[in-house]
Design a protein around this ligand. Structure first.
Ligand code: G3P
Ligand code: MG
Length: 221
């Protein structure tokens, strides 16, 4: 079962920062999940929300920032918002990556970076934005995809996986029971569950036989 650090190890360090990724690696994760947006000056950066307000000392839409202004923000404990390149430089070779696309225009640039680095087997790309995943499937089918779903009914998710060629289904803990896991496995897919922090839930997910768990406290996995 894959131990996946959610936004790094964001139970311990500011989410989606290099410090958080470093912490997750030090805790022995197999994979690190982070969220990707595109900014006005064209770079891909690591931040969860559409706005910088919750996680930094700044204000406004992520997409309205250029890199210089974005780098002036404090993302917690003096950390900066990392670029995708910085995150990959730190993690690749030490752990795999689950790159979650948050913005609406990330796919093409992400493909370029994955191809340049030749890291097809080092990462998985997930999103709630299936349009972005479809772009990736069409332009670069070698990139492994995961469907993110908050959908309770499994049938549409399984169909979507088939359409997109996704082998992983990343689902909310709230919907997962043994039958849910078994149905996904019978479809030939893997199931990774987010975000599981309570040791009782972690044990339950392991008993169900899930393939991966995202946790803010990956040392509990
Ligand atoms: O990728 C799993 C999980 O991170 C999806 O939800 O809102 O935490 O990005 P969110
Ligand atoms: Mg995420």
């Amino acid at each position: 079962m894959l131990k996946i650090g959610h936004r790094g190890a964001c139970g311990y360090e500011p989410e989606n920062t290099l410090k958080s990724f470093q912490k997750a690696l030090s805790l022995g994760v197999d994979m690190i999940e982070f969220d990707v947006h595109k900014i006005k000056s064209g770079e891909l950066v690591i931040i969860h929300d559409d706005y910088v307000d919750r996680t930094t000392n700044g204000r406004g839409l992520v997409a309205d920032y250029d890199l210089e202004s974005l780098r002036k923000l404090d993302a917690g404990r003096g950390e900066k918002i990392p670029t995708l390149d910085e995150a990959l430089d730190l993690i690749i070779g030490k752990g795999r990556v689950n790159t979650e696309i948050k913005g609406v225009d990330v796919a093409e640039d992400l493909i370029k970076i994955i191809k340049q680095r030749n890291i097809f087997d080092q990462l998985i790309v997930s999103s709630f934005n299936y349009g972005q995943l479809l772009i990736i499937k069409n332009l670069e089918p070698r990139i492994p995809l995961a469907i993110l779903s908050e959908e309770f009914r499994l049938a549409p998710c399984l169909e979507l996986c088939q359409q997109l060629g996704a082998k992983d289904l990343n689902v909310n803990l709230a919907y997962v029971d043994k039958e849910y896991v078994d149905t996904i496995h019978r479809a030939g897919l893997r199931i990774n569950v987010y975000t599981v922090n309570d040791p009782v839930d972690i044990l339950r997910m392991k008993e169900y036989g899930v393939d991966g768990i995202f946790s803010n406290y990956p040392d509990r996995l």
